[in-house]
Ligand binder design. Sequence first.
Ligand SMILES: [Mn+2]
Length: 639
Amino acid sequence: MGEILRQPRLFWSVQLALQSVWVVNAAVITCALAALSLQGSPTGLPPISVKVHSIKRVIMRRNVKLLLMFSVTWMFAIVYYLQVTKDSKSPEENRALRLKEPSAIAAEETNLVAVGSESLGRALPAVSPGVAHSTAVSPPTDHRLTWKYFDERGYVERGRLHVGEDPYHRNKFNQAESDRLPSNRDIPDTRHHTCRRKMWRTDLPPTSVIITFHNEARSTLLRTVVSVLNRSPPHLIHEIILVDDFSDDPTDGEELAKIQKVKVLRNDKREGLMRSRVKGADAASAPILTFLDSHCECNANWLEPLLERVAEDHNRVVCPIIDVISMDTFQYIGASSDLRGGFDWNLVFKWEYLSSEERAKRQKDPSSAIRTPMIAGGLFVIDKAYFEKLGKYDMAMDVWGGENLEISFRVWQCGGSLEIIPCSRVGHVFRKQHPYTFPGGSGNVFARNTRRAAEVWMDDYKQFYYAAVPLAKNIPFGNIQSRLELRDRLQCKPFKWYLEHVYPELTVPDSMDIAFGSVQQGFMCLDTMGHLLDGTVGLFSCHDSGGNQEWAFTQNGLIKHHDLCVTLVQAEPGSSLRLRPCTNSSLQKWHKPSDRGMLRHASYNLCIDSRSVRSQGLTVESCDHDAQSQRWKFALNRS
Ligand SMILES: [Mn+2]
């Protein structure tokens, strides 16, 4: 609360108090004088004027009454004014700092009791008002509810950049730009227009928002909290739980505990995202959990469509579309709604375009939910009881990474579903680098976490991960016994089911293949260029999404794209290769990739070469150990 804001109100209060004292004094003096004159008159006046005198007395009495009434009204008016100004804005108020209108807060106080009943009831529709009072979880005793202001400028200022400091140094995004923007800035409504007309159920359950952070910039953290409070119906936000994962400055979080509904928990050592989130979830008292990253901005009506999907089916785990907040300018940019989450055998999350069929289907109803094989992991909503039943998170995973993969497999394989809800939009600052250090090195931590997920959930398909990321085989992953037991207890489906029903687009390498995936030369990849039968083969920037860049090197020496094989047409240097149906002909046989990555023909000393790719596609040339244009690398190599 800014002291400056209070000053003018104090001044006026004093002025009014002085004035009221003056008026009351005046009234009292007048009364006394009147009384004196009335008492003195019977003896002091000659008998002749008795009649006139009594008339005067009546007039006097009426004046006294009027004066008394006037002064009493004045006093009431002052008391009323002081009472009212306590809650309304003063002329100097900075509206940019206002978190919420007073009417909204009043509504919130009356709503809290009802909210409490729902969180115990967990049922839809809401419990009838009659039982609300007896089951209230959190009666409106939170005196911070009346806080309408937060000293935003002071809070951000205490974490500002030093003079001459690189604005990217601490957070790997432009902190100067973030600090400059108010916490409740306007952002464009990026939803499809049909979402704006949508009506949401009125009996939605409330949620506990859980935000974990480690050395987050104050301005982005505050903007996340403020956007939740400002752009959600108040009765649906039960609380905001900030879990400070041992940030250098404990006051980053502590100071935010002054804001209504905000609770702050702090780890006494670095625990990482997963254990911090579980700590927040354990402390939550609403029936639905909403996990948010610490540098987000929630957009209009972001919450209702998410809660609605979960309220209708508790086994749904749902995410908003994640819009982009520029790490340089903090401009808010709408993301495509034709994306979902996927991965390759390296098990790294990637956004991928929906198939053309699905896009056509979505044209008819742009607000319908998108099933996604994987969630990005930073932002999602889940039923609290379901989160617990499902085994929360793998508590042995460290810092960051792999947990989204693990929870995605777990949800799908154990009977739930993952959805992206296009009418819900939340912005997120995407960065190119992690701003914080990973105890143990980021690569190792990521591989260890991913390996734990693969070992528990992927059955024999984990071999394709190890083939794609051979380094992972040497990373110790610790004990996974309890997670295997969890999988047993929940009677989760095999990974094969997941591949067939949830992610059929992920091509499973044939067990007879020696190498699989894209065939890379630097940033370029072997590509059919859309050519079919008898077409040449080209090079195109690697897009890591299979398609025309998906190849297999089979046990019997074929380089295959579906049922077409790379075929030698003329056995002489400089001749173009062609795509022909695989027939096991000797012209289609190649030696398995050499250590240097050369692809040599089985019968001739000719190697696949890219030197003339622009004019005639890939050709064969005399094998040359030093030629960069003859070096190839399969994404997945099992030899
Ligand atoms: Mn993030």
